[in-house]
Design a protein around this ligand. Structure first.
Ligand code: NAD
Length: 273
């Protein structure tokens, strides 16, 4: 307890000294909302290999498998609510202390907590995009279609933070997925898969935000994926302080000016009351 009080004080001091922040978040911030992380505190990956961008593009069976697992995983993300950490960050924004929130999460919980200056670095899982014509549609509408046309037993499956799930890969050859209503093309979630590229303009917006900010605050990310880690390197190169709130080890621990190992929700909430 005494340690937490001390850490709340350190975080308050960091927020006071650096009134304009970029906040970079990862799966750990949504853990208290019931969405599991990819890695545990020691940095060990918890699941099978995630779907790879190239496999999804070229292989119909991979797409079938993805949508079957997503049909089981989506309700957890759809029904999750923002927790005290998301709300604290939204409150910081309303006080004028947030330059930009860069999130690696696709769950949209920052926006649901009221944050407006958010960059969804890896996209958003509540939207579906046609790989051919680019038409966007609601993920929930697709869910209804999938549930009507497939009889897959999804009871007891565990969701992953990207809306994927641990459903067994058996009998998925019969799984049916609709084509795009507009052009008949194949559908993809509006996310950046592993092996895919974050659009250049999106990365540039993140870089600009870091240039304008006083400091970078990382919340709930192992920073193992370069896509997020690069912003810590950028901040370090620009001489901007870096604070990390993460219960486990991160790739940028050596670069951090302030390193806090407490759960994000209690710490951020405590620092803002
Ligand atoms: P991660 O699981 O690697 O790290 C989460 C971290 O949160 C862990 O280090 C853990 O110790 C910490 N943590 C757990 N509970 C916490 C709490 N209550 N408070 C504070 N910290 C807590 O997740 P990540 O860093 O977001 O990295 C995963 C990356 O992989 C992301 O960039 C993600 O977008 C990407 N990814 C993308 C896809 C895709 O298909 N789009 C799939 C898989 C992964």
């Amino acid at each position: 307890m005494a340690k937490t009080v001390d850490e709340i004080g350190q975080l308050r001091e960091f927020l006071r000294r650096h009134p304009r922040l970029v906040v970079l978040t990862g799966a750990g911030i949504s853990a208290a909302s019931g969405i599991p992380t990819y890695r545990d505190d020691s940095g060990t990956w918890r699941y099978r290999t995630p779907i790879q961008h190239q496999d999804f593009l070229r292989d119909k069976a991979t797409r079938q498998r993805y949508w079957a697992r997503s049909m089981a995983g989506w309700p957890t993300l759809r029904d999750a609510l923002p927790n005290a950490a998301h709300h604290a960050i939204a409150r910081l924004e309303s006080r004028g202390n947030i330059e930009t929130v860069i999130t690696q999460n696709v769950d949209r919980l920052h926006q649901r907590a009221g944050s407006r200056r958010v960059i969804d670095l890896h996209g958003r899982v509540d939207r579906v995009r046609c790989m051919h014509c680019g038409a966007l549609s609601e993920r929930e509408a697709l869910q209804s279609w999938l549930e009507q046309h497939n009889s897959l037993d999804i009871a007891g499956t565990r969701a992953r933070p990207d809306g994927d799930s641990d459903i067994a890969a058996t009998d998925l050859a019969q799984f049916v997925v609709p084509d795009c209503d507009h052009c008949g093309g194949d559908l993809t979630p509006d996310v950046v898969f592993y092996g895919g590229n974050v659009p250049r303009a999106r990365v540039d917006s993140c870089r600009l935000a870091i240039e304008r900010a006083d400091a970078l605050l990382v919340v709930g990310s192992s920073l193992q994926v370069y896509s997020g880690y690069r912003f810590c390197r950028l901040a370090a190169t620009a001489g901007k302080p870096l604070a990390i709130i993460n219960t486990g080890v991160t790739r940028a621990d050596q670069q951090a000016t302030l390193r806090l190992f407490e759960p994000a929700a209690s710490l951020l909430h405590g620092a803002l009351v």
